[in-house]
Every structure is written in structure tokens, then in C-alpha cells.
Design a protein around this ligand. Structure first.
Ligand code: FPP
Length: 246
């Protein structure tokens, strides 16, 4: 069992992103409805947020609801939305205690009114916090994000605001939902699935990927630390050779 103390504080990933997967299977294993898994998933979210804040990780991004998740049965979507509203209401205290700023990425204007209202309220109440930035990906799809960025840039080209030869990575970055975030350093996915599922495709270009065979509701401090230690033991070469890095 790993503890937070075992993490090397001088080699922290600046941006950790998590695909929280396996709530449904966790519930099924227990003979319960999928909702039960999501409810317990919220506890795992709270712990992951608190632990990342304690470690002083500057950016944590959680994949909470994808554009594809709208296709789930209505009762499940409604439950997820209700859990989200309740979690936002309850977590304002924790966010304040740890000086966490809440942000969101995705088509958040497509969320139910109640969720949108609670989300924007908590974001504005925490916008001046200077600790960790916690970003929730809600109604988020990476291809949709890139498509929107391309459209916005195309309009600027058409209106002579930018010329095609000046479109570089920085210009693209500034048109993505994630314009306020650095690239992802460590991407964790729970549940044993080894897929990216349309999450931050542009932003994970050089991320270290960590797949763990634990369902999200069971994800604890020890698993987070294990992932970070694995990250810290890897050599990130960004296309260079080992010798060049030394
Ligand atoms: C994936 O498990 C999980 C989700 C689609 C939703 C994640 C939501 C939460 C953890 C709760 C609410 C979030 C916050 C931020 C308070 P799955 O349902 O795909 O599981 P399965 O693959 O086993 O079916």
C-alpha cells in the first residue's frame, strides 16, 4: 500500500487527467444497479481531488461525462446529472478548504439547466482560488473540441484576422476548450480498459499513459500514488535520445 509521503515532490506531474471507468461493472459485481456504482464513484472523486490537492498537483482533469454518454438510458443520464448537482453543492466546502479553482470543458451549455447553474455558480465562487485547478470534462468530446477550434480559426482566416501560415500549435491551443491548461503529463484510466475514448486527444500527445485494473469506485490513495510513482520512474524523451537528455 503506497501513501502520499512516498511521492517525490520534486518530480510531480503538472497535469494529471483521469478517465474514471468501471462504475457500472463495479455495481454489477455486487448485484446492484449501475447508479450504485456512480454513487460510489463520487466518493472516489472526492478522495482523488483531496489527494491531488494535498500533493500540490497544479492541474487535475476528470472525464465525468462524454458527448457519447448522452446515448445512455435516460434514467442513467438523469442519475449522473443529479449526482453532479449534489456533488457540486457538497464539494464547495472542500474546494474552498483546499483553495481549488473549479473549471469545466465541453459543451456545458447542453447540460440540464440545474447542472449548468450549479456548475457556473461553483466556478465563479472559486475562480480566484490559487491552488489546484480542477477541471471537469462534461458533455466533452475531443473530436468535437478540435472541430470547433478549426471552425473558429477558419472564420478568423476568412475575416483576415489570421493568415494560414501563422496557424501554429499555440494558435490551435488557444482555440481549444483547454486553452487555460498545460499539456497532460499523466493520463490514468481505471477499469483495465486500454483506450482513450475521445478524451484530450491533442493534449495527450506526450502524456505518459497509465492503465490500472481497478474499477473507479475502488480507486484509492494507494492507486493514485502507484500511478504517480510509475510516471516518476519513466524517462520522458519528447522525441530525443536518452543521451541528449543527460
Ligand atoms: C464510467 O463508468 C463513469 C462515468 C461515465 C461517469 C463518471 C461519473 C462519476 C464518477 C460520478 C460523478 C462525477 C463527479 C465529477 C462528481 P461506466 O458507467 O462507463 O462503467 P462501465 O464501463 O463499467 O459500464
Amino acid at each position: 500500500m503506497y501513501t502520499l509521503e512516498e511521492v517525490d515532490k520534486d518530480k510531480l506531474p503538472q497535469h494529471v487527467a483521469i478517465i474514471m471507468d468501471g462504475n457500472g461493472r463495479w455495481a454489477k459485481q455486487r448485484g446492484k444497479l449501475r447508479m450504485f456504482g456512480h454513487e460510489n464513484g463520487v466518493d472516489a472523486v472526492n478522495q482523488a481531488v483531496e489527494n491531488c490537492a494535498k500533493l500540490k498537483i497544479p492541474y487535475l482533469t476528470l472525464y465525468a461525462f462524454s458527448t457519447e454518454n448522452w446515448n445512455r438510458p435516460k434514467t442513467e443520464v438523469d442519475t449522473l446529472m443529479r449526482l453532479l448537482v449534489n456533488a457540486l453543492k457538497k464539494e464547495l466546502k472542500t474546494l474552498t478548504k483546499h483553495n481549488i479553482r473549479l473549471k469545466a470543458i465541453g459543451k456545458i451549455d447542453t447540460l440540464p439547466k440545474k447542472v449548468y447553474k450549479e456548475l457556473t455558480e461553483v466556478m465563479s465562487k472559486t475562480e480566484n482560488n490559487t491552488g489546484m485547478t480542477l477541471t471537469l470534462a462534461l458533455s466533452y468530446g475531443s473530436r468535437e473540441e478540435i472541430k470547433t477550434a478549426v471552425q473558429e480559426i477558419a472564420v478568423k482566416v476568412k475575416n483576415n484576422i489570421i493568415s494560414p501560415e501563422n496557424i501554429d500549435e499555440t494558435v490551435i491551443n488557444t482555440h481549444l476548450y483547454t486553452h487555460f491548461l498545460p499539456d497532460v503529463d499523466l493520463l490514468i484510466r481505471t477499469s483495465g480498459e486500454c483506450r482513450i475514448s475521445n478524451f484530450l486527444l491533442w493534449q495527450i500527445a506526450y502524456a505518459e499513459l497509465y492503465f490500472i485494473d481497478v474499477f473507479w469506485p475502488d480507486f484509492r490513495e494507494s492507486h493514485l500514488v502507484e500511478a504517480i510513482i510509475s510516471y516518476q520512474n519513466r524517462e520522458r524523451r519528447f522525441g530525443k535520445t536518452s543521451e541528449q537528455l543527460n
